[in-house]
Write a protein that binds this ligand. Structure first.
Ligand code: GLN
Length: 484
């Protein structure tokens, strides 16, 4: 059963080939047997999953099933889940059991989906390799000596190894798309405001967005349909009707204008990745699309601007973890200041502390104008670059990641090398626009991702183009051999 997509499993459930309880048990068995090699789950919620599956089967018997009812999935451990540990992969929240469900969790549960467990990630979603987790690194199922990407590395590895048919992720600077690329999945970062951030532990609030991580674009459409929509509890959630994402999928590509920015061809790009991305674009052209050159003149400033803005927001968001209300508290504090500083020093890992320090510095009096304000100006210029490009093209295509999955520990001691993993994804978050990564082949057995970027609210278009590509080039059908 695990070789099937969500859409296929949905049909299998509807046809009565198996029950949700059987399906759920199958994935739980795979997790128990295979996850020790990957470390993709922080918590497995077997009992709750089987109860949800039994409820889904009953719902189906009553004739009340939706397309998602009874389908299992895994949630990134950044989403609050009622009664279940929600750790954000940090020692700080190792003992935190959320008192409520995040909006995303709530919506997928309301559709009848079954949660298998919570996936591993970089601590507080800060990283590109899943090595900053308090619970240890995740391994890439395509090559266990390599990283799965991050920060949604657990979600990516779990779906790639078919320990779950789909998972949720979050993307602040690339954390859905980059691990999707490195693990041969489809990962969609929706427009900012499309999916509610309520109950999603905040990293950089003006950039964070939740999205689906699936085998196919059709599955991403299915999940986004249920995830998207207005939520009054998130003040940045946008009141805008959710289109029928399935309906657009099969539209032909005739006349589609694909923008190719020169900025996506910098010297850091692995030539093998470039070749596969070019071949994927050629496939889209053979289906009726045409290419146009576009200019994104401020792309080079996206990583520097992000590493001011994201840490600034993180330093503010993470100030709530003070050892007083919830989370880790140090032993026998001598006074209040000692309680704060020791709890935080013990609870946060090195990368999180680095970000808090950068952010606090950038926001402090005297430096605010020199760093934070400048970064915000760059952010505006980048958003304007994209808006200008989208007067000439419908979507922009390029690589998701400059290279394939790198070996564990290869970049751990070099934060700047790690930060450059997101060189093609970060600008998208700064602009707030949607983008998708989809598999476009392999180099030496390691997956490569094609990134498609669109203007605000173009999720339908991105899913359509990705789906059309996947109809012709079914890379998503391959499974890593030791997990087949
Ligand atoms: N790798 C980037 C960072 O470390 C982006 C992470 C993310 O999207 N959550 O901040």
């Amino acid at each position: 059963m695990h070789q099937y997509t969500l859409a296929e499993l949905s049909q299998g459930l509807a046809a009565g080939h198996y029950s949700s309880v059987e399906l759920t048990q199958h994935f739980l068995d795979r997790i128990a047997r295979l996850d020790p090699q990957l470390n993709s789950f922080i918590s497995v919620t077997a009992e709750q999953a089987l109860a949800q599956a039994a409820a889904a089967d009953q719902r189906r018997q009553r004739g009340e099933a939706t397309a998602l009812t009874g389908l299992p999935l895994a949630h990134k451990d950044i989403f609050c889940t009622q009664g279940v540990r929600t750790s954000c992969a940090s020692r700080m929240l190792d003992n935190f059991v959320a008192p409520y469900d995040a909006a995303v969790v709530e919506r997928l549960q309301a559709a009848g989906m079954v949660m298998l467990g919570k996936t591993n990630m970089d601590e507080f979603a800060m990283g590109s390799s899943n090595e900053t987790s308090f619970y240890g690194p995740v391994r890439n199922p395509w090559d266990l000596s390599r990283v799965p990407g991050g920060s949604s590395g657990g979600s990516a590895a779990a779906v790639a190894a078919r320990l779950a048919p789909a998972a949720t992720g979050t993307d602040t600077g690339g954390s859905i798309r980059q691990p999707a690329a490195l693990c041969q999945l489809t990962g969609l970062k929706p427009s900012y405001g499309r999916v509610s951030r309520w109950g999603m532990i905040a990293f950089a609030s003006s950039l964070d967005q939740a999205g689906p991580m699936t085998q196919t674009a059709a599955d991403a459409a299915l999940l986004l349909q249920a995830m998207a929509g207005h939520d009054a509890r998130d003040s940045t959630s946008v009141e805008r009707p959710v289109p029928d994402y399935q309906a657009a999928l099969t539209q032909p590509l005739q006349g589609l204008r694909i923008g190719l920015p020169t900025a996506f061809r910098n010297p850091g790009l692995d030539p093998a990745v470039a070749r596969l991305v070019d071949a994927a674009i050629a496939e889209l052209v053979s289906q009726g699309a045409r290419t146009v050159d576009v200019d994104l003149p401020h792309m080079d400033w996206s990583v520097p601007a992000y590493y001011v803005i994201a840490p600034a927001e993180a330093s503010s968001n993470l100030s709530r973890f003070d050892g007083v209300r919830y989370g880790h508290r140090c032993q026998q504090p001598t006074d209040l200041l000692d309680l704060y500083s020791r709890s935080r020093a013990e609870g946060f890992g090195a990368e999180v502390q680095r970000r808090i320090m950068i952010g606090t510095y950038a926001l402090s009096a005297g430096y605010y104008d020199a760093y934070y304000r400048q970064a915000q100006k760059i952010r505006r210029l980048i958003a304007e670059d994209f808006a200008r490009a989208f007067t000439q093209c419908d979507i922009i295509a390029g690589p998701t990641s400059p290279c394939t999955a790198f070996p564990l520990q290869a970049r751990q001691d070099d934060p700047v090398a790690m930060y450059l993993s997101d060189i093609y994804t970060i600008a998208v978050n700064l602009a707030g626009i949607p983008a998708i990564s989809l598999p476009c082949g392999q180099d030496q057995g390691l997956p490569v991702g094609l990134q498609l970027i669109g203007p605000y609210w173009s999720e339908e278009r991105l899913l359509q183009v990705a789906h059309r590509y996947q109809q012709a080039c079914p890379w998503h059908r391959q499974m890593p051999s030791s997990f087949a």
